[in-house]
Ligand binder design. Sequence first.
Ligand code: ANZ
Ligand code: ZN
Length: 869
Amino acid sequence: GERYNPRETEPKWQKIWDERQSFVARNDDAREPYYVLEMFPYPSGRIHMGHVRNYSMGDVVARYYRARGRNVLHPMGWDAFGLPAENAAIERNIHPGTWTRQNIATMKAQLKSMGLAIDWTREVATCEPEYYRHQQALFIDMLEAGLVTRKQSKVNWDPVDMTVLANEQVIDGKGWRSGAVVEQRELTQWFFKISDMAEELLEALDGLDGWPEKVRTMQRNWIGKSEGLRLLFELLPGKSARNSIEVFTTRPDTIFGASFIALSPDHPLSGELAQDDPALAEFIAECRRHGTATETIEKAEKLGYATGLAVKHPVVDGATLPVYVANFVLMDYGTGAIFGCPAHDQRDLDFARKYDLPVKPVVLPPDADAASFEVGTEAYTDAGTIFHSDFLDGLSIEDAKKRIAEFFAARTVDGKPQGRVEVNYRLRDWGVSRQRYWGCPIPVIHCEVCGTLPVPKKDLPVVLPEDVTFDKPGNALDHHPTWKHVDCPQCGRAARRETDTMDTFVDSSWYFARFTAPDAETPTVPAVADRWLPVDQYIGGVEHAILHLLYSRFFTRAMKATGHVGLDEPFRGLFTQGMVTHETYKAKTGEWVPPSDIVIESDGDARSARHLRTNEPVTIGSVEKMSKSKKNVVDPDEIVSTYGADTARWFMLSDSPPERDVQWTEAGVEGASRFQQRVWRLVNDTVALRQQFVTVEAGSADEEGTAMRKAAHRAVAGVAHDIEGLRFNRAVAQIYELTNALSRGIGLVAAAPATRLAALEEGVERLVQLIAPMMPHLAESCWELMGKSGLVADAPWPEVDPTLLVDDEVVLPIQINGKRRAEITVAKGLPSAEVEKLVLSNEAVLRTLDGKSPKKIVVVPDRIVNVVV
Ligand code: ANZ
Ligand code: ZN
């Protein structure tokens, strides 16, 4: 037969799937639903290899469950709002909408060329009014349900770009684009009240057993529940009229080691004191200039200002503690004030060393000696026994916490209990206001008389104006001459539209629900959404492990509260795939060179590289995540046009466990391409054998025939098991094994066609079905060649005959001097003498023996072999 030509077949099958609407999912289909979803892409311009990997995996799952008779929903859309479109507008003078829609068109064509089993009739783009009008309706419902609030909050303000920046966009205190020093400003912003759901979001994580533990842990840490004590310290008479300072602590057991009190620069008392203390005012201003991102604060040097105030030590009679204002205390956590115990908290220790405050250990490590234990530069934060602490001495940390909480609860300061147990969460409300054009307009109107009102639903969508300019920094919506001027929906007076748009994380917090009824006149059709949701398998990058997934979980609950869905958790199964990496290449000039400009030469094991055009030698650098900055990217389009989509898909699935990084190599792709040809040849040879022996009467399989059948049935069962467990590389390994067995079979048929040809054909047919989820085009071509009717995409997953799975072979581990060195596969019940012979000819064994002869070989039949040297 001829070589397989993916360039011809791939577009052909894609067209046929399209025409037949093979992958269109129907909401009224009675079969059991299965919803598989890959995180939808941002339309940045072109797809990259990370997309190829992500969508190849999802496609295997989609095609597999289709074959298993499930009603599969596998949609695709575009996370289409966001800053890059506005940057393109500024840099290239192109409208953000034009730029975005062009990118979508390009990327859609690229995805189509991959042959994905996607229901394109459900495509959504979040930047289109048909999508965001429903998001506006959801916002209004949530506002009315008390899930949205408007409040003052501190933001990172870029004075050059005139915009609010997310914490991640502040690098070393400067705006990531403008490079301007970022200021802290108080702005009124819209928030989703996610912190009200902190406990619920935390508890429900326990039930998400289809999620990687790693992701659940990241979410737990992000929610950051801590149980502690609010504790009042009595102020000594001084510059303030107050009687007490309230702190929040999770370590009240360390109270005897307290050596100072610290207030946040934003604490009201700090502000009060600064009125009469210009140096303190300057210190506070300096802290504010440094930004409030937790990370910035954690890294920054610990700085303080001694206020001159002091408090009574609550448990040491006659002792006092000085009060500082310190840059590492945040106002929006706990009470914005702390007591510092330097011996057992690193920040407090750094602070104490700087300001020469006492460091008094009160927790003794398990093996330490009470008389000599000291804390140097590292705080002791682990378990131990309380000491130097009067009535707490000898208690564990946990017991001491309880004891001291009771103690403070029974005392009063200022007429209140001195201590109150309190639970705190690190999770803050989700600020969604962005001073940006290219986002979903927040559907509210501000009237001077009536206040802030939602836009009446009949007036939705609030559409973005098309005629905007980006010649001035700041929000183009705000600059628009007419857009924001509207009449108040209540009193009819001149009023003002909200010009903030929503954080794009809102757009991606409910798209999975929209896919279930993408043309509905309401955000969802609850009965339909509930039939499809939760998503059975969600696949994407681990970089979204926290925010996107947490926001989606919140949003699902909020949609439930407002009657749009009936469930709490959007994603039953979650899988986070690894990245795609590539070697890096550096020219003598220090510039990175893209792989497409590289010629590799190998001399034995040594490889060297030179530039394709200049012939200059190039250094081969480390293997790293594909990135534009290092230019170590390969373009999926180029791969598809050179090798075909199936080859790219196969390589992506075959080379490493899907959760790990995969290194893209030319050799790897070529290997995948050769395998494609090999399968094609195998099918051709099988068809030729059938033509040759067309008149031979078939009998039941002989030993060789049975071996082929066993290999096939085992592979069908194994591949199913591995796809269900998302172990694609292991599924691929089993397919290779089956291919080997069948290739061997080709040569055996002529000797006994009556008892072997049918078994070979059965095996090959199954092989084609097994590769169909991964190399769907090749599989269709093989299916056609074998003269099967219909499409392999529509064929049910092959049945497994359980009697063919029974193992009559065993794997024997071989231990040499007690260490496992090798294993051999032998027929069950093979006599010990035969086993010994096999052991002594095993390569790994010979290598370990290294010329020595064994003293003794003990064979435990069907169990293990022990070799003593
Ligand atoms: C005294 C103490 C002694 C503390 C000790 C720790 C160790 P988590 O567990 O993460 O919730 N803290 C409280 N409010 C703060 C704020 N607004 N800004 C910065 N730090 C604050 O952290 C709680 C601990 O962080 C609290 O317990 C408090 O310091 C500090 F050996 O109190 B601790
Ligand atoms: Zn009004």
